[in-house]
Unconditional design. Structure first.
Ligand SMILES: Nc1ncnc2c1ncn2[C@@H]1O[C@H](COP(=O)(O)OP(=O)(O)OP(=O)(O)O)[C@@H](O)[C@H]1O
Length: 313
């Protein structure tokens, strides 16, 4: 495994908005290698937006560390585009003026890409350049916010529910634009969503957050391969299977498991869908978390003592 700077790397990350309330995020350690399109999923109030805000440098963690592209979130700000759920834009500016203003703000970075911003804003029956922001619908505002993110030519895009108010065609266009940014420019994208189906076609990495903790993390293919859906009537041998969720089905039961060996007895073994794995983990927050090797930070993979010895050598 290579330890090139990860897009995101967190160790023991915790966040509380107030001392009186319980932590929103607790002891989260994870790593997102660069170049992935990562789905950030979890129930309402799980801390997805909070995590994106921490990565965007808009909030500071109350515990632990979070590195963005090998730097602190504040140092990485020029390389990061963040699209908040609320899409704050100047209501009195036109769409064209909003892009012009962004070009001026980003002049010092030398990274502003006007054609990329215009493709998202005006392409494929897009927006009228002269339309004032205050007259736009929710989905049209999202389009402007995304145009600004693409124009910034960021190395990391943090998108908080970007698809929520887009129509199906605009979603398809955005998915295409995100996938080409990832494959052609190596951009890393993290996007939160509740619609699992829309993430399946575009994302190749996944983080599931629930109850303030990270439940699943890794390449979607690897996370899925670690799970099996068993249907049968025998009793499950828990020394061979970690049962994530089991429910009655006909005269037997269906169980989503992580297998450590062949099940004993007659079981039909199938590959679960992404939705089945996520729903099982959401309904059993006591299930042991799974972080694949790629999603495990260096600090957890290699204990401090090993790194100290290497540094001393
Ligand atoms: N600015 C804030 N001040 C105090 N508490 C906050 C603030 N922002 C969020 N919270 C609380 O933190 C928790 C996590 O909120 P967050 O918005 O990060 O969740 P989320 O996973 O994005 O939820 P959703 O899917 O509903 O958008 C919630 O309990 C919320 O009330």
């Amino acid at each position: 495994m290579s330890y090139a700077a990860a897009a995101l790397e967190a160790t023991g990350l915790g966040m509380s908005y107030s001392r009186r309330k319980s932590a929103v995020l607790e002891d989260c350690s994870f790593r997102l290698p660069q170049g992935h399109i990562c789905a950030l999923v979890g129930p309402n109030g799980a801390g997805k937006s909070t995590l994106l805000r921490l990565a965007a440098g808009l909030r500071r963690p109350t515990r632990g560390t979070l590195n963005v592209l090998g730097r602190t979130p504040a140092q990485a700000r020029e390389l990061v585009a963040y699209v908040a759920q609320s899409k704050p834009l100047h209501p009195h500016l036109s769409v064209a003026d909003t892009l012009r203003y962004a070009a001026v703000l980003n002049r010092s970075t030398g990274r502003w890409d006007q054609p990329a911003a215009e493709r998202i804003a005006y392409g494929d029956e897009g927006l009228d350049p002269g339309a004032k922001i205050r007259t736009l619908s929710g989905g049209q505002r999202t389009r402007v916010a995304l145009a600004l993110a693409f124009g910034k030519r960021a190395e990391l895009m943090l998108l908080d529910e970007p698809m929520a108010d887009l129509d199906p065609l605009a979603r398809k266009q955005l998915t295409g634009a995100l996938m080409s940014a990832a494959t052609e420019q190596g951009t890393t994208i993290v996007m939160s969503s509740h619609v699992i189906a829309e993430l399946e076609g575009s994302c190749d990495f996944l983080f599931l957050v629930a109850g303030g903790r990270l439940r699943l993390g890794g390449e979607i293919e690897e996370v899925m391969s670690a799970h099996t859906l068993l249907t049968g009537t025998a009793a499950l041998d828990t020394s061979r299977q970690t049962v994530i969720e089991q429910r009655p089905a006909g005269r037997g039961s269906t169980a989503l498991v992580r297998s450590h060996g062949e099940p004993v007895g007659e079981w039909l073994a199938e590959r679960p869908t992404v939705e089945e794995v996520l729903l099982a983990h959401l309904s059993n927050t006591e299930a042991p978390p799974l972080l694949t090797g790629d999603a495990t930070p260096e600090s957890v993979q290699r204990p401090q003592s090993a790194r100290s010895q290497e540094n001393a050598a």
